[in-house]
Write a protein that binds this ligand. Structure first.
Ligand code: GCW
Length: 715
């Protein structure tokens, strides 16, 4: 028996321990014999001078982290203690100790922190200081992140503070525990057992968010249910808010515009009706009595069948201001979504949000933010930036990215989204002048917005590893990091995440980083190259269906978006087409309104491109389209090969999971290529160029596939 046990343990020492992925990037792996270890072991006594709740969460985190990383139990002192090696103390204390100048405290703001190596009483110490407990929390997590990724923690002198005020997740979670467009199991909120049962997941969720600077969460689906606002549910929401508070996370809810009728039993929800106004005021009072730091409401109105002010002949500003006035006395915020398209309008859907909101600029109450999706249609694999960015000087516009991969292979495809987020953030809106990138619009520096934010539609569910695909965790991580600092590069965020999530081994980091950084371009190519968009399966959005044209609305049909015919393919949005381009600044239009100078990645977003059209390198558009699809498939194959090379560096469980998922991704990439090319070929009537593997099945085969139970399609 002993012998067996010995063999057993020898075996398990040789391979990395199995990991479920539950620990996310907070695994705090042992440092081993890394050369930085000796410098870290000097910092294992910590003085925490913060409010009791903050002290408790920090103490817990430090104990866990240092046990994991250094195998030590740190000494934690509550309050200021001169013998500690690490001081997590308010800026006032740092100033008193002459560790920083009083004039420097302003630069830390309300959530920033300073990390500084200091010599005190003859010994080297580490100072983490801030004006608020939130700053101390963020500074502490930064220190742990540095240790987990083996960065030097001596000779430090940095100030770090967030660029955006609201850094938030939007859950599209229903009270039934289904998640709209959720591919990682059910909702993590167990409404049935709340408020009395606090799942450990709620706490770990808060830890994970706080560690990357996320400070707000919208618990419920934007396709909202008025029941959320009833007294019993508000008790449940309060229980979650109480869990999140020590982690500096504010809770928001979605508000159903017709709630005054549905749960208030009024005859109308008209924003001009005094009884409706009073109902919302009373509701706000009820909520703030329970949750004094409640964030506010996120609202989807008059979009895809949701009720809104237009039902009463009022506009979006009337609707937003109704709610804004109700929460204003308590410091609440209303986030109004710009994702609207009218049921009746025959106009290009691209143009509708701009047409509806630009005339309302300046009409919103000061505590309203307009939440705008990154692109004008709907979270497609690649979209041009939304024309509302830069077009609303008097209304704070905030970013809505989608983490859940509704159009990007669900949680079965490895797609690292930071390169896509960065592509949008770095684009120049040229409004009002050159250099006003989308990042500079949303961070408030272009127009002096009074509030700012970035939201990610959550990809979190009840799966053991939270996000389904182990790599989808990186998208949650990237959202937090970019909302904190939009100028971080996709590459540096990937590196940080890999080091904390998989390994600090340089070759492993390099390989995984390569896989991640090419993954977005790969998915664009095997799904929607050269500017194609919205050609996926109807309703569930799973897989290719460019032929689909049976929807009740024209703009729910794939054929509406690609417009393939015998001449070519693509949506003419120039002046000879719908002229959507006119919604951008002239210098942006200039990039896209002439076919010959449009970068090929945007071609069919803006032009109906002839199949025969010759691209710069002499290839015809048809040949290029085929080759791009093939290239996308090839990329997945390479990702697979590269993943094999890290087999020994990552734990067996996650290695195997990713392998299986990459196999599915390869199959589905081939499916996309084959289905799309066989369909488009019926218009182009041209052969596949050399190097393109011909489709495995007939077009009819792909067309008859049906997926009645594809996930995420619940309402
Ligand atoms: O297009 C869509 C999704 C819907 C979603 C909507 C939105 C919550 O398919 O499921 O509804 O976007 O963003 O409101």
């Amino acid at each position: 028996m002993k012998k067996f046990l010995l063999l057993f343990s020898v075996f398990f020492c040789m391979v990395a321990a199995a990991e479920s992925g539950y620990d996310l990037w907070l695994r705090y792996p042992a440092l081993g014999n890394s050369s930085v270890k000796s410098s870290y072991t000097k910092f294992t006594s910590i003085s925490i001078d913060a409010a009791a709740a903050t002290t408790t969460v920090l103490e817990r985190e430090f104990l866990m982290a240092l046990k994991g990383i250094l195998s030590v139990k740190p000494s934690i002192y509550k309050g200021f203690n001169a013998s500690a090696a690490v001081f997590v103390v308010p800026a006032a204390v740092a100033v008193q100790q002459k560790w920083m100048a009083a004039s420097d405290t302003n630069s830390l703001g309300q959530e920033g922190f300073k990390m500084k190596s200091i010599t005190f009483l003859g010994r080297q110490r580490l100072l983490i200081t801030a004006n608020t407990d939130a700053g101390l929390l963020y500074g502490s997590f930064q220190w742990l992140r540095m240790m987990a990724s083996q960065q030097p923690i001596t000779k430090l002198d940095t100030v770090c503070k967030p660029s955006l005020q609201w850094r938030m997740l939007n859950h599209w979670d229903n009270l039934t525990r289904t998640v709209e467009r959720g591919y990682a199991g059910g909702s993590i909120w167990n409404w049935q057992t709340l408020p009395d049962y606090i799942d450990q997941r709620y706490i770990d969720y808060a830890r994970a968010n706080a560690s990357i600077g996320i400070n707000a969460t919208v618990l419920t689906n934007v396709n909202a249910n008025a029941t959320t606002l009833t007294a019993p549910y508000l008790q449940k929401v309060k229980a979650l808010a109480d869990v999140f508070r020590p982690y500096h996370i504010k809770v928001f809810l979605t508000a159903r515009f017709s709630a005054p009728i549905e749960i208030g039993h009024l005859k109308t929800a008209d924003p001009y009706d005094p009884a409706v106004q009073q109902w919302w005021k009373d509701k706000a009072k009820e909520i703030y009595t329970l949750i004094p730091d409640f964030g506010g409401f996120l609202v989807k109105a008059n979009s895809e069948g949701q009720p809104g002010p237009q039902n009463y002949g009022r506009n979006h500003a009337d609707g937003a201001n109704l709610l804004a006035n109700a929460v204003k006395p308590y410091g609440g915020t209303i986030i109004w979504r710009a994702f609207v398209y009218s049921n009746e309008s025959p106009d290009d859907r691209f143009k509708q949000p701009y047409a509806e909101f630009v005339p309302l600029d300046g009409k919103f109450t000061s505590n309203v933010l307009l939440q705008v999706k990154n692109g004008p249609i709907d979270f497609q694999p690649r979209e041009p930036f939304h024309p509302l960015f830069g077009a609303m000087p008097k209304t704070p516009t905030m970013m809505e990215f989608q983490l859940t991969q509704e159009y990007l292979g669900f949680s079965t495809h490895l797609v690292y989204l930071a390169p896509m987020f960065k592509e949008v953030l770095n684009t120049d809106t040229y409004q009002p002048r050159q250099g006003s990138t989308v990042a500079k619009v949303i961070d408030g520096s272009t127009f002096g917005y009074s509030s700012t934010g970035m939201a990610g539609v959550s990809n979190i569910g009840s799966d053991l590893n939270w996000t389904g695909h182990p790599f989808a965790q990186a998208n949650w991580y990237a959202l937090g990091r970019l909302a904190w600092n939009p100028s971080l590069s996709a590459e540096s965020i990937a590196t940080e995440w890999i080091k904390q999530s998989f390994s600090n081994d340089a070759a492993t980091v390099a390989t995984i980083s390569k896989i991640m950084l090419r993954s977005h371009e790969a998915v664009v190519n095997y799904m929607t190259p050269l500017g194609l968009h919205h050609i996926m399966g109807y309703g569930h959005h799973y897989g290719p269906a460019p032929w689909f044209k049976e929807a009740s609305r024209e703009d729910w049909n794939c054929t509406y978006f690609h417009k393939a015919d015998s001449i070519g393919i693509g949506f003419n949005r120039t002046a000879t087409g719908t002229n959507a381009l006119v919604q951008y600044a002239p210098l942006v239009q200039a990039n896209w309104n002439v076919l010959a100078i449009t970068n090929k990645k945007w071609l069919t977003w803006f032009h109906h491109v002839p199949w025969q059209y010759k691209l710069g390198d002499g290839k015809t558009f048809w040949d290029e389209l085929c080759l791009q699809y093939q290239w996308g498939v090839g990329e997945v194959r390479q990702m697979k090969q590269q993943w094999q090379t890290v087999a020994k560096q990552v734990d067996a469980d996650r290695f195997r999971q990713v392998n299986m998922l990459l196999n599915i991704q390869e199959k589905e990439a081939i499916w996309w290529k084959d289905a799309c090319l066989s369909y488009f070929q019926t218009f182009s009537k041209k052969p596949y160029p050399a190097g393109v593997e011909p489709p495995a099945q007939s077009l009819e085969y792909y067309q008859q596939l049906s997926f009645p139970y594809a996930p995420g399609n619940s309402h």
